[in-house]
Each structure stands twice: as structure tokens, then as C-alpha cells.
Design a protein around this ligand. Sequence first.
Ligand code: STR
Length: 395
Amino acid sequence: MVQDLDGETEQLRASAPLARIDLLGVPAWTVTRHAEARQLLLDTRLVKDLGAWGLWQSGEVTHAWPLIGMIDAGRSMFTVDGEEHRRLRTKTSQALTPRRLEAIRPEIEKFTEGLLDALAEQGEDGVVDLKAVFAQPLPMRVVGLLMGVDEALHPMLTRQYKAFFSMLTPQEDRLALLAELDVFYAELVREKTAHPTDDLTSALILAEEGGEPLTEEEVIGNLKAMVAAGHETTIGLILNAVRALLAHPDQLRKVLDGEVPWEAVIEETLRWDTPTTHLLMRFATEDIQVGDQVIAQGEGVVISYRAIGRDVTQHGDDADAFDVTRPTPIRHMTFGHGPHICPGAALSRVEAGIALPALFGRFPDLRLAIADDEIRKLPVMTQNDMEAFPVLLHG
Ligand code: STR
């Protein structure tokens, strides 16, 4: 499943809507079509609770499995369903509505300008890595601002999450770094409990009037889900959009001339080159019939967002083409669907909506310093992220 994203997507689509996959020795289902995925994402018989997984119950899957960290991420809005899920998620989703996000727009713009200055400086006499200098630090700063994580700690988090996602990291090292992160987050929550500020971490700690406060474990779970998700996925969105535009100069022209809005670039990138390739995992609490196949009770289901974005039934025969002039740009499902739909969707759109026009506004002649097919993906199974994105700023 690593690296040959197009080949893999092609293979998954051919066996749609449900396919059996092998996740590093562990069998699961993957759903690869828009309509079936939409239906399953609303199906309450599928749950996120690892305890419902047959292979976990039987001890066949353990912490030795390299992907366990994608599922066993602590109690949070990412791992719980139903009424409890609503309780865990409400404050976070309320803090991330488009209206609430308007308040931090000026700061995102300021971060963006600062990072573009750094880019200009480092790219003055040649190649500079757009990922390291711009696309990676920007989302980290934004999520750091929201959650109250000091800037001095950002490089540590970036390093840890890179190692977490990389398939080259030995599993014992991954477990060790997750334990280190748990200590870090617990400390942060303790500090915010003692000295609450106006960030979301503090809000998660404080009890709602009359409401039941989240436990420390739940606050930590939400906090790490926010930092991991907010940091990793938006890097992909920004870089994949830049890459797609540079590979389609006619479309870039239309955008720069104002014929096509930046929103169309963002939505088309989300569909065509999804930051999340596969989302692990949901478990069937009873047998679920999908077409002529059955997901048996206890089996796991992966949602394969990349294949879903390329579903010809949903997007037409030209689903494999990047086209910012598509008449239906927001018919993708890249942020998921149903109760677990990405609470950060609006935030990522605001970030990319600031970052992309600012980048091309400042460097209209921006170009890749290597050939497009020389871009190397990170050795990661679930995410679609690049090693680096070397550019020349002045053509
Ligand atoms: C990484 C490890 C961790 O400590 C907590 C989480 C929970 C949220 C997860 C995150 C994970 C991995 C990346 C995810 C994110 C939610 C959204 C993001 C799956 C397991 C996506 O890629 C869509």
C-alpha cells in the first residue's frame, strides 16, 4: 500500500465497492466507492471502539502491529461513538465553525506572511524546500495557537509525528515516542488546568455549566487528535494543491487571472489528491450486508478516501483528471461523512485559502526545482505526504 498511490488506487477501484486488503499481515475490508462509503459512515453498526475487533479480542493483533497507533489512540472524539461521542466532540466542533475561525484569520495571515519572508530569504539564491519552510510549519503554528502549544515545541512535535507515521520506524520506537508524547500532553493539560487561557485545551478542561466535564484522559485524547490531525493533513492539502497547479499551468493561469476561485483549487485537490489515503478503522458489531458481500461481525473496515475521490460513478469518467473547472467541486467526501466528519474541515479550508493565494501572490513564477515524477512520497501507509517539495521562487 505504500508509495505507488495511483497503482494502488487503480487496483482498489477495480475490486469495488468492498475489497479485502492486507494491512501489513492483518486482513480487513476496504470500501472504495463514494456511495457505499457514505452509507457505511452513517451505519451505527460500525464503531470505532477497538474492543469490537475480533482480531484484537483473539490477541492476533497486538501492540506489535505497526498500525495499532492509528486505532488505539486513547479515549477521544476519534475513538468513541454515539451519545458519548457527542459529549466528547461538541466543544471542539463549536470552536472550529467558520464564524469562530474568523477571529483567528488575522493571525493565520500573519503566520503566513512571516513564513513567506523566511521562504524568500532561504530561496534567495536557489532551491528551497517549500515543505520544510512553509507547508509544514504553517499548520503546526495554527493548531499550536488553537490548542496552546508553545512554538518552541513545534519542531519536536513535527519530528515525532514524522516518525510516528513512517513505516521505517521500528514498532518499539513508535510505541516509545507515543509514550513520550503522552507524557508531554499530560503535562500540558496539567499546566492548562492550573493556568487556563483562552485556547481550546483550556476550554476542554473547563466544565460547561451544569454539564459533565471531560476526564483528563478525554482532554488528552482530544488534544493529541487535534495536534496530529491538524498538523499532518493540512501539509498534504497545501503541497498537493501547489503540485497540481504547477503540473497544470493552464489551470494555474485561470486561477491567477481570477477566472477560477481558490476554493475550487482547494476542493479539487481534496478530491483528486486526498491528504488521507486510508482511514483506519471501524469495526462491525453485527453482520453488515453491502451489495452481495457481508462484513462479518468483528471485522474491520478501512475507508479508502483516495479511491473514493477517484470514483467514476460519483465524479464521472474523467475522475482521474485534475480539473478546477469541474461544475461540482464540493461533491467529494474527503472529510468523511456522518458523526465523525472532520471537525477541522473549515479550519483547513481557511488555512489553505490563505496560504495558496499568498504564496502565488508573492511568487507568481514559483516552479518545481525537480521533475514532478521525482517528488518522493514519505513511506507512510495511511497519509499522502511528501518527503520534500524543492522549488525555485523566481522561475
Ligand atoms: C495519530 C496518533 C494519535 O496520537 C492520535 C490520533 C487521533 C487522530 C488521528 C491521528 C492519530 C492520525 C491521523 C488522523 C487523525 C484524525 C484525522 C487524521 C487519522 C491516530 C487523518 O488523517 C484524517
